[in-house]
Ligand binder design. Structure first.
Ligand SMILES: [Zn+2]
Length: 206
């Protein structure tokens, strides 16, 4: 792609670093911004910079938050004895949208995936095991995607906590939960949380 301006080229190249944005799309977006008032670009860049510099991860559940402890963990009307284990913040948002879950979350920050070089130590697993070890938790709900990586991660955590007196369950399988939990529709996802099954049952299918 030949550019008539180095500034334009730089902006397009930066934009094209984003997933799913090729050079052509990047060029279209940059040219769009050029046609808008300059404030729009300033608001966009300011929002991105503040988000990147100021955002926090809840010290209890690792959910993205503006404060040290997220709103969910800080809410006394939530059941802090039931922890739903999810891969990332999108899953928290998807499950919150169902309005069917009143416990709290634990965001792992990914799944165990040896192919991608992601091992247990790179995920928020130790803090989960430490939390369970405190003895305040009654149930862990595994709500990871039903992929091999999801299963591996569930099983790894299960092995770490199975000696504690705690119930483990998994959201119902065989429904419209594909690779990405966030794409399951709200009714289906809500139902699968209500109809969760003991985790041991899911092992028989392995
Ligand atoms: Zn939290």
């Amino acid at each position: 792609m030949e550019f008539s301006s180095k500034l334009l080229e730089k902006a397009v190249n930066e934009m094209a670093q984003l997933p799913g944005i090729g050079k052509r799309t990047a060029l279209r977006l940059v040219l769009h911004l050029l046609k808008q008032p300059v404030e729009q670009t300033q608001f966009l860049s300011q929002a991105l910079t503040s988000m990147r510099e100021e955002i926090k991860f809840c010290k209890n559940c690792h959910n993205i938050s503006d404060v040290e402890v997220c709103e969910i963990c800080n809410n006394p009307s939530r059941n802090h004895k039931i922890i739903c284990v999810v891969e990332d913040v999108r899953d928290v948002m998807a499950i919150e949208n169902t309005n069917q879950f009143k416990g709290i979350y634990h965001v792992l920050g990914g799944k165990i995936s040896p192919i991608d070089g992601v091992g247990p130590s790179q995920l928020n697993i130790k803090s989960l095991v430490d939390k369970v070890a405190l003895g305040q938790t009654e149930e862990l709900i595994f709500a990871l995607s039903s992929t091999m990586e999801g299963d591996t991660t569930n099983f790894y955590i299960f092995k770490q906590i199975k000696d504690f007196d705690i119930k483990t369950s998994t959201i119902a399988r065989g429904i419209a939960i594909g690779d990405e939990l966030e794409y399951a529709d709200e009714v289906t996802l809500g139902r699968s949380i209500l109809n969760r099954v003991p985790f041991e049952n899911s092992l028989k299918n392995l």
